[in-house]
Design a protein. Structure first.
Length: 487
């Protein structure tokens, strides 16, 4: 079983002069990345605790950079485990995670310079693939982020399986504007360290730098999420000035593309293949929707990638036939090892199905007879309003299309008179009021999708990786007496 460090050292030995990373005018070969890793290992070694029964946990809270990539081989060579946490997290979010998981060392923009400046080398010992290789945190959109632990062999094999499913060639150059602390960004970084693909990073964390990186370094793959593609196409990004002729693959994960976004992306880069992915932090990657599966969005998130089987099960965990709805279960390759310091949560999510490790995802979906997976929503986002089952995400999408709403989040709550009712937290446009939004909802939405209460906010609370912080909104809702507006 191969550990990512072994794969990286093999790449350096095979061709140390091959390009590995570019950021602005800074270019590093594989050999130069190894040298940077040695320097970081030399500076980091005195900070780690003496060898004991547990590997040292090193939290990395940095923006994307060559140093962040080089830290991985450095930490692995010292027997440590990197823990990735968003550099954009608030001080309170970071303090809560540190208090819960007790990293031995925290590396951020303040402490990183202290590790540099010394020459060192990566030791000759290579970890076994069965050893812990990473801790990547979930978004925390449903509570305190969980630390997802993956073994080295799982990560190494995942890089190959994804590359083969998506059709990566040996000379790909991947533009990565997504934070490495995000599980999709983390997967791209592994493509460089394990798969040998060159990584391209925008010089800064602003949209205009993506266009500059495209023009300067000619990537073949752009890895994004729907909100990023939407901002590039419909926002002030300078993307219209980018020469996109080198791009042959546009990959995405997260929420589905809307038809409008898909068509705009197709019109802007007509020769590139659009590959949409589905997966969780706990599964590395589950499914991919390839163009040959159907080019326009149809609700499908594709078919399972190599080594993965998707099961749909009922509430008792019994598989249901194609066409019936239930919980999505990822079976086979890519399954996480455990949640850090949380055996109860691990036992709930990670089980054995068909003699193989599996993840009960908490997503509801349905498989068609051709093996395509359609997601119906998270179990905690499916409610019955007026005896009609709805997905709260669908209500959010509808409200976000209003002329009076810039962004919104929707919750449900128990009502002694009306059963389940909907509550919308909205960022209004053009000084719209809660009543303006409700009037638009009454004109355009069916009764079961209309929010009973609307609350207007300047901003929506976000988790460290930018997702809506629903626990914070629930706490806010419990403090709102009386509601700002009622129909």
């Amino acid at each position: 079983m191969t550990h990512p460090l072994s794969a990286f050292l093999d790449l350096v030995a095979a061709d140390g002069d091959a390009a590995m990373l570019a950021q602005g005018n800074r270019l590093l070969t594989r050999a130069q990345m190894l040298e940077l890793s040695g320097s970081l290992a030399q500076g980091l070694a005195p900070l780690l605790p003496a060898s004991g029964p547990d590997s040292a946990k090193v939290m990395i809270a940095l923006p994307n950079s060559p140093e962040m990539v080089a830290l991985l081989p450095a930490i692995w060579s010292l027997g440590g485990v990197p823990m990735f946490f968003s550099s954009k997290a608030t001080a309170d979010q970071r303090a809560r995670v540190i208090a819960r998981y007790s990293p031995d060392v925290v590396i951020d923009e303040t402490t990183l310079p202290q590790l540099l400046g010394q020459k060192g080398e990566i030791g000759p010992s290579r970890p076994d693939g069965a050893q812990d290789a990473s801790v990547v945190f979930t978004s925390g959109s449903t509570g305190l982020p969980k630390g997802v632990v993956q073994k080295g062999s799982t990560l190494s094999s995942g890089v190959g399986r994804v590359a083969r499913t998506l059709g990566y060639g040996p000379q790909e150059r991947i533009l990565v504007p997504i934070p490495f602390a995000h599980d999709y960004g983390w997967g791209q970084m592994l493509s460089g360290l394990v798969g040998g693909h060159a990584l391209i990073l925008p010089d800064r964390d602003i949209l205009t730098d993506i266009a500059e990186a495209i023009n300067l370094h000619r990537p073949t793959i752009l890895a994004g999420v729907p909100s990023l593609y939407s901002a590039l196409l419909f926002g002030i990004s300078g993307f219209e000035r980018a020469d996109t002729a080198s791009l042959r693959l546009l990959t995405s994960t997260g929420s589905p593309f809307s038809p409008r976004l898909h068509d705009a992306l197709r019109a802007r880069i007509p020769d590139a293949r659009i590959l949409r992915n589905y997966g969780l932090t706990e599964t590395y990657r589950c499914c991919c929707l390839l163009p040959e599966h159907g080019d326009r969005p149809s609700g499908s998130v594709g078919r399972p990638i190599e080594g993965v089987t998707i099961r749909i099960v009922d509430r008792d965990g019994v598989p249901v036939p194609p066409g019936e709805e239930g919980e999505v279960v990822h079976v086979g390759a890519g399954v996480f090892d455990r949640y850090l310091d949380d055996p109860a949560a691990t036992a709930q999510a990670r089980r054995i199905v068909d003699g193989q490790p599996a993840v009960f995802t908490g997503d509801f979906g349905v498989l068609d007879h051709d093996g395509h997976l359609k997601l119906l929503g998270r179990s905690d986002r499916l409610v019955k309003s007026m005896d009609v089952r709805i997905n709260l995400n669908d209500v959010e999408e509808a409200l976000s299309g209003f002329a009076s709403v810039s962004a919104c989040a929707v919750l449900s709550r128990d009502d002694p008179q009306n059963g389940i009712t909907l509550v919308a937290f909205c960022i209004p446009k053009d000084a719209a009021t809660p009543r303006d939004i409700q009037r638009e909802a009454n004109r355009t939405l069916p009764p079961y999708m209309r929010p009973r209460d609307v609350h207007c906010l300047e901003t929506l609370p976000r988790t460290s990786v930018g997702k809506i912080d629903y626990p914070a909104l629930k706490a806010m809702l419990s403090d709102l007496h009386p509601p700002i507006s009622q129909t």
